[in-house]
Design a protein around this ligand. Sequence first.
Ligand SMILES: Cc1cc2nc3c(=O)[nH]c(=O)nc-3n(C[C@H](O)[C@H](O)[C@H](O)COP(=O)(O)OP(=O)(O)OC[C@H]3O[C@@H](n4cnc5c(N)ncnc54)[C@H](O)[C@@H]3O)c2cc1C
Length: 499
Amino acid sequence: MNIVWFKRDLRAYDHEPLRQAIKSGDPILCLFVFEPALISADTFDRLHRGFIVDCLRDLHASLIQLGLSLHVRHGSMPDTLEQIAADYGKISTLRSHEETGEMITYVRDRAVRTWCRQHAVEWVETPQNGVIRGPYSRDGWSRKWLDRMSAAPIELPKAPGLPCSGRAVAGPGFPALTGLDVLPPGRSAVQRGGTDAGLSLLASFLNDRGLEYRKGMSSPATAWSACSRLSPYIAWGAISLKDIYQRTRQRQQQLRADKQRKAGWMQSLSSFQGRLRWHCHFIQKLEDEPELEFQNMCRIYDGMREDSFQTSLFDAWCAGQTGYPMVDACMRALQQHGWLNFRMRAMLVSFASYHLWLDWRPTARFLARHFLDYEPGIHYTQFQMQSGVTGINSVRIYSPAKQLVDHDPTGEFVRRYVPELAAVPDTHIAEPHRMSHDEQVKTGCLIGKSYPAPIVNHQEAIAAAKREVYARRRGPEAQAECQRVYERHGSRRRPNNRR
Ligand SMILES: Cc1cc2nc3c(=O)[nH]c(=O)nc-3n(C[C@H](O)[C@H](O)[C@H](O)COP(=O)(O)OP(=O)(O)OC[C@H]3O[C@@H](n4cnc5c(N)ncnc54)[C@H](O)[C@@H]3O)c2cc1C
């Protein structure tokens, strides 16, 4: 019997482990396991579970079309394998995609490997994106990424008269999963999971919404529709990165051939393609150095913030009660929808790390719980970058007031998520604490009562932060450490995409 183990690859197309299992001609058991260690982690939320359950329903329906079905279990993976072997007999092969996850999944994989060795089960893992496992060099990485993305789509083998040549292992059927998908109150406006939903989102992006991508991606008011919104589908594998890449290429070719094409499309799609590569570029760093979940990429920053953690500042940031309207609106929007655009994520982290001088580890875990698209490889490396501890990226400190003026000039977004500011005029929406007492009374927004005063002073906080960060960069030893990081993780030249 072959087991196809689904994890963050919840789809039944462009799926190499599934293809191999079907091709083997042996009976197939398709498996998804809710593992207690993973679903009780402080980075996992009901939000994720709801999305996964949607994906599982879709996956099961697609597997039925192939003559297969999905077995959903609850337990540790080695225990589950033990149980399956007891129920159905000898497992010959376990097939799955490679996963670059948190330390918990890394440890889990080691336990699975040991179990497989003890039970003479062959575990075959295959790549599912452009991330390279094992020793590799950053030089030439982009070319390899492009080769993977350009490879022919994986076709599932067909047998005459049958949907596919797979032979399903009869199982207990697909559990109802009803109690599992209840979203917490206030989270109704969260994306639903599943391959169909992901593919239709991709189609609407490539044919319609994508035109506004370049122009609209930075503003939290427009990004909701201008960005692809594909990240949760990619993170949970409901659609494949290669498929997205190839459909985008086709659309680019079509637009090139179309003399009537609207200006803006080509730039937008080329920016989008670039980000698909970033996706793997960032995950590659965690694949290469799993400790990045816990430790600074550049060790000269060790000890810089760890002992200065102020719980009251952290709590205010988490609750969207910092007195900085753009920060508060973004945090509250995120907690309602499970998504935020890149620039606003970066601003939230910059504010926590520089203004509030909070260590990135607890803030990263908090946001992981709230990002529906939580992808450890991108998340921790982006967090470190936006917190200035990579040693290879320039220090980027966002001014929340400037972000509001630049990206939400009418305050439409901020007022939607911070209703306390509803009557504050545009002239004061970025810094409501600057209103006179009379204006506060007139607008019903009493600073310190109905809306907090800024919890830190912007200018003073960032001046102190810059002093600390730059002081650590001085000297040949610090430079050598930054060079070491560049050699290991630094981005190299872009490949020529026009193949
Ligand atoms: C602190 C911080 C944490 C982040 N954590 C995550 C995370 O856990 N999961 C996640 O998918 N993205 C993360 N991002 C990256 C980025 O913000 C999201 O990928 C993007 O906002 C998702 O929306 P979208 O699918 O509409 O993106 P689009 O702009 O439409 O991009 C398409 C895809 O490209 C990839 N991508 C886009 N931007 C980036 C980027 N800067 N780095 C790497 N890949 C990118 C994503 O897979 C995304 O789905 C993080 C960014 C920051 C600053």
